[in-house]
Ligand binder design. Structure first.
Ligand SMILES: Nc1nc2c(ncn2[C@@H]2O[C@H](COP(=O)(O)OP(=O)(O)OP(=O)(O)O)[C@@H](O)[C@H]2O)c(=O)[nH]1
Ligand SMILES: [Mg+2]
Ligand SMILES: [Zn+2]
Ligand SMILES: [Zn+2]
Length: 386
């Protein structure tokens, strides 16, 4: 089974459909016509494209029954989105990213992708390849240009209600194994949800399918909105935090509970999918935390998961949550998940100044940690002890 990374419907390989290549130059082919299915899925006008067809036993290519032209353009039979060849060959794991409103999800996505394409990709000897043109385009216009180009903070994500936005789909590929080398891939399907989309009682079909397709989940928790953390924050952060509701602790917790319940629909016992739970914006805490050093030590770029470091960070974040009277989150996770881990990270690395990033620039801190842990869990990365 392949999960369509756009509509998250499960597709049996025998049901993968094709799109005619249409005519090009002197080669005859079908005329473009409005694709109502794709239009309805994307929530806009139906784009004019050559028709979609299905064949008895789909392989890599098929002949269009109408014009007999051969095509390798494979599409999802449900939403008609293109399924990249690499994705069909190696569907990988789907990682879902969730968090309350304003928790820092969009900023995290922007910075994580940037880091994976540069520093971390190099360290891990991994390639990160966008699976489709829309991913390239959207990453540029919605994430990279404002944040890295203009140095402005990202706008609040619009609710997907009515018009679902395409997720960003990347294939992270590594060669693993010393003796028998093989390539292993992780499909990062980053669906930039608006915080409120996860709070709605009636969550959209698409969000539900997204979560139920997930092989791993990353939760972002905003320390500025944890009421018990107030004392640990910079004064300016205290003023900026707590703007969302009166009972803020429950807000961060709500999303965790809500999403967990949805994931649970698949089974009754504890959940077996790994959950990475990260405090975002930890740059806001720095001053008060100098003494507790695990979180503030830089990670050794070893190209492996440092298990000692992992345990130290996990312990420290756990201690912080308990200190902030947010230990409930930790207890809840331990009851619900077989396998969860706690993290602290900062996408920006420094407190923003108004609507722009700090003058010192974007200096991400430990943004890759949850991903390294997931790669380790999926046996795509070695663990080492010092
Ligand atoms: N100090 C600090 N602030 C951050 C960081 N990342 C995000 N922020 C702040 O948090 C705000 C919200 O970040 P977003 O990434 O837009 O949050 P979101 O979760 O996508 O929000 P919605 O789309 O509204 O659900 C930003 O405007 C920043 O002010 C960080 O690493 N450090
Ligand atoms: Mg957002
Ligand atoms: Zn689909
Ligand atoms: Zn045709």
């Amino acid at each position: 089974m392949i999960t369509c990374p756009y509509c998250f419907v499960k597709v049996a390989p025998a049901r993968i459909a094709f799109r005619c290549l249409g005519k090009s130059g002197r080669t005859e082919g079908c005329e473009p016509r409005p694709d109502e299915v794709l239009g309805a899925f994307r929530g806009g006008a139906a784009p004019a494209l050559p028709p979609v067809f299905s064949v008895r036993r789909p392989g890599r290519r098929a002949l269009c029954p109408a014009c007999s032209r051969e095509t390798a353009w494979r599409v999802c039979p449900s939403c008609h989105s293109r399924l990249a060849t690499e994705y069909c060959a190696n569907p990988g794991k789907i990682v879902a990213l969730v968090g309350a409103k304003h928790a820092g999800k969009s900023t995290y996505i922007a910075v994580l992708i940037h880091e994976l394409m540069n520093r971390i990709g190099e360290e891990l000897n991994a390639s990160l390849v966008p699976c489709d043109d829309r991913t390239i385009e959207r990453y540029k216009t919605d994430f990279a240009r404002p944040l890295y180009g203009d140095h402005t903070l990202l706008d609040a994500t619009q609710s997907a209600e009515g018009a679902p936005r395409d997720p960003l789909v990347y294939l992270l590929t590594r060669t693993v194994g010393r003796m028998r080398r093989r390539t292993a891939s992780l499909t990062l399907v980053l669906f930039d949800t608006a915080g409120e989309d996860l709070r709605e009682r009636e969550m959209s079909e698409l969000h539900l399918r997204y979560l139920s397709a997930a092989d791993a989940v990353i939760f972002l928790l905003d320390p500025l909105e944890l009421s018990g953390a107030q004392a640990a924050l910079h004064t300016s952060a205290r003023e900026r935090g707590g703007t969302l509701a009166n009972d803020l602790m429950s807000d961060q917790m709500d999303v965790v509970v809500r999403v967990t319940e949805l994931l649970r629909k698949r089974n009754n016992g504890r959940l077996s999918i790994p959950a990475a739970v990260a405090l975002s914006k930890i740059d806001e805490l720095r001053a008060s935390m100098e003494r507790q050093s695990a979180l503030h030590r830089t990670r050794d770029p070893a190209g492996a998961l440092d298990l000692d470091d992992r345990e130290a960070v996990d312990e420290q974040v756990r201690a912080l949550l308990h200190q902030w009277q947010a230990g409930m989150i930790d207890r809840y996770l331990s009851q619900q998940y077989d396998d969860y881990a706690l993290f602290g990270l900062s996408a920006l690395g420094d407190v923003p100044e108004g609507k722009t990033v700090a003058r010192s620039g974007i200096r991400p801190y430990r943004v890759e940690d949850p991903l390294l842990w997931l790669l380790y869990r999926f046996k795509m990365l070695d663990g080492i002890r010092r």
